[in-house]
Design a protein around this ligand. Structure first.
Ligand code: ZN
Length: 314
């Protein structure tokens, strides 16, 4: 007996939907994008995190079922993680040596962010050692072109993502369109010439948007042409899934990595991770199939234009 291909397709779709329902997939749910600065033993401000705290952060993420993805993967919707798991984006601003310093053989120094991340990935199967580094001219403390190229190429070769954080870490709010384009385009061009990398995303210094938000997304300064998939802010809520209508590439929120103290009682990482854990209907949960966007049928009106083809409502 011949099987009708249309019926066969329908059955396959139904099986996928049943599998998505089983793990309560919610690919229109929220994703925490965590913001780190320096990873140092003696924090100089609320932005810094000690190596011990960073280890504890990653332990908690692994325990809660999170799998790191990069900012580039997030904005382009390439979220390919196992069924029932949740994506988290780890971002590091200002390209400080505490994030990555390599020895003469190209091995990350102990207690740098990259070394700790790789340590955790080895310890927790399925936990990916990936993150996004938002670079400025500081370039991980390296001053020669050769050393800057070594560091950037090492990150690229090891699956890490490079983002743009402007050349001089300026407040873009007060700048002209030409200044904005120059600040973003010049570092874009530098990263490209050093390691053939074109940053997919940008993190705004101080979280401040330029007068016209689009200037941070697209522009041109000499050879430095940029067309970002997303621009990140500095505060202070989880981010929408890239597949929902509420996703706005011009201003994607991030969450500062910090315990529930002072002004972090509600709006930093520990507080938000607690909240996402106790509100699973709000959190992004994967169906394990990177080619579909699975969600409870009830949420269908929020599906963003352009993602209908892979939609898997259940
Ligand atoms: Zn910064």
């Amino acid at each position: 007996m011949k099987v009708d291909p249309a019926v066969q397709k329908q059955q396959a779709q139904a099986a996928k939907a049943a599998a998505a329902a089983k793990v309560k997939a919610n690919e229109l749910g929220q994703i925490p994008v965590l913001m780190y600065h320096r990873i140092i033993e003696k924090p100089g401000s609320q932005d810094d995190r000690t190596p011990a705290k960073f280890r504890a952060d990653l332990e908690r993420l692994a325990r809660d079922g999170y799998v790191p993805i990069t900012a580039a993967e997030y904005v382009t919707g390439k979220i390919d993680i196992p069924a029932g798991r949740h994506p988290v984006v780890l971002t590091f601003d200002d390209s400080s040596p505490s994030q990555l310093t390599l020895d003469e053989l190209g091995v990350p120094k102990a207690d740098t962010a990259v070394a700790i991340l790789r340590e955790m990935a080895a310890k927790h199967p399925g936990f990916r050692a990936v993150a996004t580094f938002y670079v400025t001219r500081d370039m991980f403390g390296k001053s020669t072109r050769e050393e800057q190229a070594q560091t950037l190429m090492w990150l690229k070769d090891n699956g890490f993502d490079i983002g743009n954080h402007t050349r001089d870490h300026v407040n873009l709010r007060e700048r002209s369109q030409k200044d904005v384009a120059d600040q973003i385009g010049s570092i874009q061009q530098q990263v490209k010439s050093l390691a053939a990398i074109s940053p997919v995303t940008l993190a705004l210094p101080y979280g401040n948007q330029p007068k016209v938000k689009e200037w941070a997304l697209r522009g041109k300064a000499g050879e430095g042409v940029y067309n970002h998939g997303g621009v990140f802010l500095a505060g202070y809520t989880p981010a929408p899934a890239p597949f929902t209508k509420t996703f706005d590439p011009l201003g994607i929120p991030r969450i500062r990595a910090m315990d529930k103290t002072g002004d972090c009682t509600q709006f930093c990482s520990t507080a938000w991770l607690d909240w996402l854990k106790s509100n699973p209907d709000m959190r992004y949960t994967s169906d394990g199939d990177g080619s579909t966007v699975a969600f409870p049928k009830f949420k269908a009106p929020f599906l963003r234009k352009g993602f209908a083809a892979g939609a898997l409502p259940y």
